[in-house]
Each structure stands twice: as C-alpha cells, then as structure tokens.
Design a protein around this ligand. Structure first.
Ligand SMILES: Nc1ncnc2c1ncn2[C@@H]1O[C@H](COP(=O)(O)OP(=O)(O)OP(=O)(O)O)[C@@H](O)[C@H]1O
Length: 257
C-alpha cells in the first residue's frame, strides 16, 4: 500500500476540492498517476468519483487545487484527455468504421489517408469489430457499441483515457468479455487510464492500483497496489491474494470514513 511518487509525465491531482452549492463533494484530493499506469477509482455511491473524473476531463472546474497533465494545467476539455462514458457515446449516424476513423483523425499524428485507414483497421481488428465495420450503431448490442467507444478512444491516442463506469449497463457475461477486451487492447497499446467503477472485482482485475475514495466529501482513503502485472485472466479472481484485496477494499468502503 504505497503512495506514488510525484509524476512529471502522467496526471497529477493536487489538493483538489469542489463544492456544488453547499454540498462538499471533493476535499483535498491528491493523486498521481504515472505515464502508462492503469488506475481504478472506487468509492461509495455519490461520493464524487464522476466529479473527480469530470474535473480531470475539464468539464468541472475545481474550487481549489491543481490538475496537471504532463505538467500542463488543465483549463478545460482538450485532446489530451478522452472520456468513455457509461452510455454509448458514439455517433449513431456513422458506421462503426467511420466512428473509429473519427478518433484516428483527432490524433496529433497526421498520416496519409491510407495510413489513417490502416490505423482505423488496426483498432477494428483489436476490438473484434471487423465484421461489423459497415454497420450502424443501432444494429449492435450494448457490448459491441462499447467496443466501438473504446476503440475510438484508443484511436485518438490521448495522454489520458478517462472511463466512467463504461461497463455498468452491460450484463455480467458481456461485462467480463469487455474487461478482457480492455485488458487486451491496453496490453498492446499501453495508455494512462483512470477508470471509475462500482465493482471492486472489476477494479482489481483491470488496474495496477485501486484508489479507494471516502464518503462525501470525498478524499483518497487508501491506494491499494495490485500485483498481477500483465497476468490478467479471470482465473486470478479466485486466487487468495485477489480475494484478500477484494475483502480489504470492501471493508474500507463499508467503513464509510
Ligand atoms: N453539476 C452538479 N451540480 C450539482 N450537484 C452535483 C453536480 N454533479 C454532481 N453533483 C453532486 O455531487 C455528488 C457527487 O456526485 P458524483 O456523480 O461525482 O458521485 P459518484 O461517486 O460518481 O456517484 P455514483 O457512484 O452514484 O455514480 C452527488 O451528491 C451529486 O448529486
């Protein structure tokens, strides 16, 4: 259970506080996420997890504190951060391929048309979407639509990917498949990820570290290191260490400090 060192690349959240009217939502939140690290955030319902993510995205302005991406202050939404939401926030009028191509076009890298098409195809392949490339989102299942949203977010190649409960609307089996798909794409193309979830098991399965928030006003209660590195198959969920970490985090959440 270590505190991270200050990150120069990656994300730094320093003393961030936010009130909505007289509701104290975030209080002195400190968090450093190193470049290429996958961090999950869990916390009691309504504690302020989405508010923290929205502040990093630039949708919400903190009352106090500082947010830095690669040392640069966050002053609003921008291409360094890309958000995947619970709802399928993809363009319903574009095919799967064109949705992902939209992301590819937002890259800082400007390749030729053919090079961009190859990048888009790579993400179609990685997320198992090639057979659906010409389909419209409305013809796809929820899981497939979320695959498109994730492929598009990776195609943008932002400094930080922010994921707010992206699998919450999916059934249990699809959710497990999506967790595996996310592990797979992130092992191939490692990105800095902040992933908000209600599910402790999901947080441990996906993340290098799990940030446990307190009840509102939310602050960082504990940061739990997860030891599996790239060894992420569903079998780890039954290992004694996994079960121990899950119980530990669940106990912290129940204590509602
Ligand atoms: N724009 C806003 N205006 C006023 N209050 C807000 C706003 N956004 C969030 N809140 C309030 O801030 C608190 C924290 O909300 P937030 O959605 O960040 O929590 P959460 O931990 O993500 O919740 P959940 O786990 O239920 O998704 C809630 O009481 C919510 O009603």
């Amino acid at each position: 259970m270590t505190q991270p060192t200050t990150a120069t690349r990656g994300l730094s959240v320093r003393g961030v506080s936010k009130d909505f009217g007289n509701v104290n939502v975030l209080r002195d939140v400190d968090l450093d996420i190193a470049d290429g690290e996958f961090v999950a955030v869990v916390g009691p319902s309504g504690s302020g997890k989405s508010t923290l993510l929205n502040a990093i995205a630039g949708f919400v302005t903190p009352d106090r504190g500082e947010l830095l991406v690669n040392g640069q202050p966050v002053r609003g939404p921008g291409p360094s951060r890309c958000v995947v939401f619970q709802e399928y926030a993809i363009f319903p009028w574009l095919t799967v391929r064109r949705n992902i191509d939209f992301g590819t076009r937002l890259r800082a890298w400007k390749g030729t048309r053919q090079e961009r098409a190859a990048v888009t195809q790579r993400y179609l392949d990685m997320m198992g979407l090639t057979d659906f490339a010409d389909a419209l989102p409305k013809t796809l299942s929820g899981g497939m639509r979320q695959r498109v949203a994730i492929a598009r977010a990776y195609a943008v190649d932002p400094e930080i990917l922010l994921m707010d409960e992206p699998f919450a609307a999916l059934d249990a089996q699809t959710r497990e498949q999506m967790q595996e798909a996310l592990v797979d794409i992130n092992q191939r193309e490692r990105r800095t990820v902040l992933f908000v979830t209600h599910q402790v098991e999901e947080a441990i399965f996906l993340a290098d570290r799990v940030v446990v928030m307190s009840a509102r006003p939310a602050t960082v209660q504990e940061i739990v290191d997860v030891p599996w590195g790239d060894r992420r198959t569903h079998e780890i969920k039954t290992e004694p260490e996994f079960v121990r970490l899950r119980r530990h985090i669940e106990t912290l959440l129940r204590s509602r400090r």
